[in-house]
Design a protein around this ligand. Structure first.
Ligand code: LIP
Length: 282
């Protein structure tokens, strides 16, 4: 069916644009910064306000759908992906960037049915870039089709990762050890943009060959996952095998070749699953 979920996707684009305008507006004002799981895992009133705005708008139009949102989960809501149509929302991906006015922040909205991602919308609101991907229909940025890079030689690749928000010395050691090994393959370079969603869109658009991270959440990567795969890229777990949205681990690359080469160098470390409390209560 050609237009399945098109109305939901149109709504996601409209609400992401509206949310992005609020974020841009709040960039100018005073910010109240709070900590979540660590002194570097930050949240602002803007994250919370924008999530409320997005959720209220979705509930009004699609009252039977389910919602998973970063700030609602932080406030104790469950993080469960069921077969019901489910919106997976990061109202402000790149909160640390936002706080420092480092200009890469995004609204990220993924949508899954029967646990399969149907579309993703990432609005990089300072750059005013609207990225979209719909299963079987391609990926676009401001209406222009996206295609991953054709570079499959890891030694000529640019790799994106993040330093994450944990300051546990053991976690930091693993992160730097993986980076050192990848850098010394050698690759052309490594980058951190500070937003998982934007990192994935950069891979989708061919600006980098791969992005990997351990410690992200389902709301950081759901939308980007559709955009990368619809741009011709591949998604994988950091130890190979299929991507598990709830595992807090991701490799997104332009090709299987590059993804598998990175996987050989990544030092995996434990990260509690997004659906851990559900698994525990089952
Ligand atoms: C952030 C991610 C970033 C990651 C941070 C954090 P937030 O999301 O996009 O890539 O390194 O740990 O999860 O918290 O700004 O929505």
């Amino acid at each position: 069916m050609a237009d399945l979920w098109q109305d939901a996707m149109d709504h996601a684009v409209a609400i992401a644009r509206k949310a992005g305008a609020v974020i841009r507006d709040h960039l100018q004002g005073e910010m109240t910064v709070m900590c979540k799981s660590s002194p570097a895992d930050l949240v602002t009133m803007t994250d919370q306000k924008v999530e409320e705005l997005i959720m209220a708008s979705i509930m009004e139009k699609f009252p039977t759908h389910s919602l998973i949102g970063e700030e609602s989960v932080s406030a104790g809501q469950p993080c469960i992906l069921t077969d019901n149509p489910t919106w997976i929302i990061d109202p402000l991906d790149g909160t640390t960037n936002f706080i420092h006015r480092f200009p890469f922040v995004a609204v990220s909205i993924g949508f899954a049915v029967n646990k399969e991602l149907e579309f993703g919308v990432v609005y990089s609101c300072i750059e005013d870039k609207m990225y979209t991907g719909k299963r079987g229909k391609g990926a676009f940025c401001n209406g222009k089709r996206l295609q991953v890079s054709g570079q499959t030689d890891i030694k000529q690749s640019l790799i994106i990762t993040e330093l994450g928000s944990s300051r546990d010395p053991e976690v930091v050691r693993h992160i730097f050890s993986s980076m050192q090994k990848i850098l010394c393959i050698p690759v052309h370079g490594m980058r951190c943009a500070g937003s998982a969603a934007i990192n994935m869109c950069l891979v989708a658009g061919g600006a980098a060959e791969a992005y990997y991270e351990i410690g992200i959440h389902c709301w950081d990567i759901s939308a980007g996952a559709v955009i990368v795969s619809e741009a011709g890229g591949v998604l994988m777990d950091v130890e190979g095998g299929p991507l598990d949205l709830m595992s807090r681990r991701v490799v997104a690359a332009n090709s299987r070749n590059v993804a598998e080469r990175i996987v050989k160098e990544i030092e995996a470390f434990p990260a509690e699953r997004d659906d851990a409390s559900e698994a525990g209560s089952a």
